[in-house]
Design a protein. Structure first.
Length: 333
């Protein structure tokens, strides 16, 4: 037979991959719905449990392995025995080697002696087993699905304990119609509920982050609140998936807001380059402006002469006139 048929769906076993065959043969998820209640027992509507968490077929083999590993990890592993080297005494040979007719002995702390060491005895060790995370998650979903299959899952809106009181906890469980061993899953804000259920021997409280398959299997009922329900509800899952596209809108809006900020920056950077010809216009009119610049040396000479006179040093003209005057005086004489 070259094909596996389930209902109207058919898959070709010869060409399909092993993963595709496993997915094809995997049972369909079951949908469960429970009545949502308040602490006083009044009905607040119905809640559809997440099929991926509460609707799978329980995997008994995985449950067994995970529970065994959890119980093994809970062992202290502090047992210890002393070997013949660790027992006090026994340093001297009890009797001579030959001539007594008895078996030779080297120490009274050998394992065959009373008060001696223990051969191959237990030593402190860890019993923890390495369990894959996916296997632990599958075991948790299997345990939750088993309780949902037996209608043993209860969902309330929240716990409204004003003060820690055991009497109020008993009244709440009676209003919900719960009997037997009950696992109450609490959140970080349910401190009063934790203390209210603390004195009841058949009630076990656990944080939602610490929920595990072993504690679920040890109890008959599992009570969740809206905040601790794993996987949420089917309606919440749809509402969370819908806003996926609108979430991209703020990103576009942010880009739209940031775009105008980029444009002025670009304009301000290119503005000087555009106005460069206007700046060069005065350079063309330089000849008209150069007239005062040509008179600058005269002004500088005047300033130099003034500075020289002030300093008491003869300037260039005065120095040039001195030789001629000396020649005229010589001819007259």
């Amino acid at each position: 037979m070259s094909a596996a048929q389930t209902g109207s769906d058919v898959i070709d076993v010869e060409t399909a991959s092993p993963a595709a065959i496993r997915r094809f043969l995997r049972p369909e998820l079951k949908h469960h719905s429970v009545t949502r209640r308040s602490q006083d027992g009044s009905e607040l509507g119905s809640v559809d449990l997440d099929p991926a968490t509460f609707g799978i077929v329980p995997n008994k083999d995985v449950l067994h392995q995970v529970v065994t590993a959890q119980l093994a990890a809970a062992r202290a592993g502090t047992q210890s025995t002393k070997t013949r080297a660790e027992v006090r005494g026994g340093g001297a040979k009890p009797f001579r080697q030959k001539g007594t007719g008895r078996a030779r002995q080297g120490s009274t702390r050998s394992p065959q002696w009373i008060g001696g060491g223990v051969a191959l005895g237990p030593k402190p060790r860890s019993y923890a087993q390495k369990t894959p995370k996916k296997m632990v998650q599958l075991a948790l979903r299997s345990a939750l699905s088993d309780r949902a299959l037996g209608d043993k899952v209860v969902v309330i809106d929240r716990w409204t304990f004003e003060v820690p009181r055991t009497k109020d906890a008993v009244a709440a469980l009676s209003a919900l119609g719960l009997k037997g061993r009950i696992l109450v899953v609490l959140g970080a804000e349910d401190g009063y509920a934790d203390r209210s259920f603390g004195n009841l021997t058949d009630i076990q409280t656990i944080m939602s982050s610490e929920l595990n398959a072993y504690d679920i299997l040890c109890n008959d009922w599992v009570v969740f609140t809206d905040g601790t329900l794993p996987g949420g509800t089917a309606s919440e899952a749809g509402s969370k998936a819908a806003p996926a596209t609108p979430k991209a809108a703020p990103v576009a809006a942010t880009q739209a807001v940031s775009a105008p900020e980029t444009v002025p920056a670009t304009e301000s950077a290119t503005a000087p380059a555009t106005e460069a010809p206007a700046t060069e216009a005065p350079a063309t009119e330089a000849p008209a402006t150069e007239a005062p610049a040509a008179e600058a040396p005269a002004e500088s000479d005047t300033a130099t002469g003034t500075a020289a006179e002030t300093a008491g040093t003869p300037d260039a003209d005065t120095t040039a006139d001195d030789p001629s005057e000396a020649a005229t005086e010589g001819s007259d004489s």
